[in-house]
Design a protein around this ligand. Structure first.
Ligand code: HEM
Length: 321
């Protein structure tokens, strides 16, 4: 990794220094699953829930530090806030009023086994917000908001088709929709670009405070990308197994066949056809013995004589060399 050039404007510095980290997450399996448009609706709802918890924490932290010199230039909840949009999308998918999705069984179940990468992400934002100098919060808003304004727009088009959502109406797609900078109209592609430019200018104002702002935001941006990369490992197509599991199974099938331990007899079971065959053989033998007069003392003598006759016959039979 080359030494970052801290004389660059903050927006340029972050973009150049995190190109590889961006590619790692944007070309990873999680992003591919999302972009394939084949992500199960349930999985997508869980993904939205994870995002809601992240944005809710982040946006509360940004509001709390709204007047901070490094944070106020990009603080604009009317323009950027994503938690309310996510809330609208989740309630649309769950078909419940916005006021009640948090107590929906799907969300309660989600909370009961909250994914560790989500806990780590939210904890990190809280820790940064509680720092004496919360400047690195700028890194978290940069990674999320510029991401949503960029690649998020591709995701929007794909998901609209995949889940049969009307792009014009926007129900279920609120997360990807932004308002124009100066009006309340929905932003088109050109306007999205202007919002990104506005955000970058705000970052540069923060960076101009001093080199220590640039380096602390850069450092936290790397952490934020890492948190997103790990979070995305949770996004998977249903028929896809985690890589480790698939490898293990392949390995097992290539190994020598496992030695089958004999089952203790009292635990063994027999097919019904075998049981019927044994009963039939016993009945036939009993029938031959009785009808041939081989029962009682006399019968026993007859049986011995028969055995001797069979033995003589066996000895006199010619055998192949
Ligand atoms: C889902 C797959 C993704 C695709 C296809 C994608 C695509 C893109 C594209 C094309 C840009 C450049 C936009 C421009 O120059 O204006 C961009 C920028 C960006 N993306 Fe992504 N992205 C994806 C995922 C992500 C993720 C998961 C994150 C992090 C959470 C992220 C964060 C960013 C950021 C911060 C930028 C702005 C870079 C800058 O100009 O400083 N992206 N993305």
């Amino acid at each position: 990794m080359s030494t970052p050039d801290l004389s660059l404007p903050l927006a340029t510095l972050l973009r150049e220094a995190t190109l590889a980290a961006h590619d790692l997450v944007a070309k990873g399996e999680g992003a591919s699953a999302l972009l394939s448009g084949r992500l199960d609706r349930d999985e997508y709802i869980k993904y939205l829930m994870m995002l809601w918890h992240i944005y809710d924490t982040l946006e509360q932290a940004l509001d709390r530090h709204a007047n901070h010199p490094a944070l106020y230039p990009t603080h604009n909840p009317t323009l950027l806030a994503r938690a309310p949009a996510l809330s609208a999308d989740i309630s649309y998918f769950l078909q419940v009023p916005e006021s009640s999705w948090k107590s929906h069984p799907v969300h309660l179940q989600f909370l009961a086994s909250t994914p560790v990468p989500l806990i780590n992400y939210v904890t990190r934002i809280r820790e940064v917000a509680d720092l004496e100098d919360p400047t690195p919060l700028l890194a978290h808003s940069y990674v999320r908001y510029l991401g949503d304004l960029s690649g998020g727009q591709t995701v929007r088009r794909i998901l609209g088709k995949a889940y049969d959502l009307d792009d014009e109406v926007g129900l279920g797609l609120a997360f990807y929709a932004f308002k124009e900078l100066k009006t309340t109209k929905l932003a088109n592609q050109g306007e999205m670009k202007r919002i990104k430019e506005w955000f970058r200018e705000g970052m540069n104002v923060a960076g101009d405070i001093g080199v220590e702002v640039k380096s602390s935001v850069l450092e936290e941006t790397r952490v934020a990308f890492e948190l997103n990369t790990v979070l995305f490992t949770l996004v998977r197509l249903k028929d896809e197994k985690p890589v480790d599991e698939t490898e293990e199974e392949e390995l097992e099938s290539k190994e020598a066949p496992a030695v089958v331990e004999p089952t203790p007899l009292h635990q063994r079971t027999f097919p019904i056809s075998q049981v019927v065959a044994v009963i039939a053989a016993v009945c036939l033998t009993h029938f031959i013995l009785v009808t041939g007069g081989f029962t009682g003392d006399k019968g026993y003598q007859k049986l011995i004589a028969l055995e001797k006759w069979v033995a003589t016959l066996w000895k006199s039979t010619p055998r192949p060399e």
